[in-house]
Design a protein. Structure first.
Lengths: 97, 145
């Protein structure tokens, strides 16, 4: 799921950066969508990724208990990386998941 | 990684090899370019742009759902195969008229009843699984085009 998410959703440039490591199993990833309070209803996810223009970064945060990522397979021990589903916020505007 | 807490959910009934886990994030900073930008784009100034049909974001999980139907059918197939082969080999009670051999247990009604139903389910699940996969694939073709 992790590798199919990257190969399906990433740009060509990003695929070139990440896929070789994934294929060689140097990057073990998981697909972190489901939260404690939200499963397949992806639009309800609460984890936020807020753009910080100053530093050119996203700030990822779990604002509530129900926003805790819960049940994703391989998240417990294996993974070094994750494809994380979150609500994107830029300059106060919520772009959804 | 700073600000990330994770844990393993521990033992469960079935699928013990999968380490389902949890994770929480406390203001964790990642580079903007880590946003998967195949279908969306956020530039240095924070301008958001769609590059395709965003419904594609929901499809990774659907692939797994469609696959589950196939996998369940496949697993049941293996179990039923083992059970039916055993029922052919295993013999109990000298009840066949004129024979000194004991009867194959597959001859017993209750055994046939049990495995006849499960064997039928194998076929149904196999066909259904292939159908679900074909729906998924044609949906993906539509979204991408």
């Amino acid at each position: 799921m992790f590798s199919s998410a990257i190969s399906g959703l990433a740009s060509e440039e990003q695929k070139a950066k990440w896929m070789p490591g994934i294929r060689r199993a140097e990057i073990m990833g998981c697909y972190a969508q489901t939260e404690l309070g939200h499963g397949s209803d992806v639009a309800s996810l609460e984890t936020t990724a807020t753009f910080d223009k100053e530093t050119d970064e996203f700030v990822v945060h779990s604002p509530t208990v129900s926003s805790t990522k819960f049940w994703p397979g391989d998240l417990g021990k294996f993974s070094s990386h994750a494809v994380l589903y979150a609500r994107m916020k830029i300059s106060g505007k919520d772009f959804g998941v | 990684m700073k600000g990330v807490s994770t844990g393993d959910l521990g033992p469960k009934v079935g699928y013990g090899t999968k380490d389902n886990g949890w994770a929480r994030f406390d203001h964790v900073r990642i580079p903007r370019t880590n946003l998967l930008m195949g279908y969306v784009d956020v530039d240095r100034e924070g301008n958001f742009k769609k590059k395709g049909d965003l419904r594609v974001l929901y499809t990774v999980m659907m692939m797994i759902r469609a696959g589950l139907v196939r996998v369940c059918g496949g697993n049941l197939q293996k179990a039923v195969l083992i059970a039916i082969r055993y029922s052919m080999m295993r013999r109990q009670f000298q009840t066949v008229h004129g024979s000194t051999e004991e009867r194959q247990i597959i001859d017993y009604q209750s055994q046939k009843h049990t495995f006849g139903i499960l064997l039928s389910k194998v076929f149904v699940m196999h066909v259904n699984g292939s159908y679900c996969k074909s729906i998924y694939l044609s949906m993906m073709d539509e979204i991408r085009s």
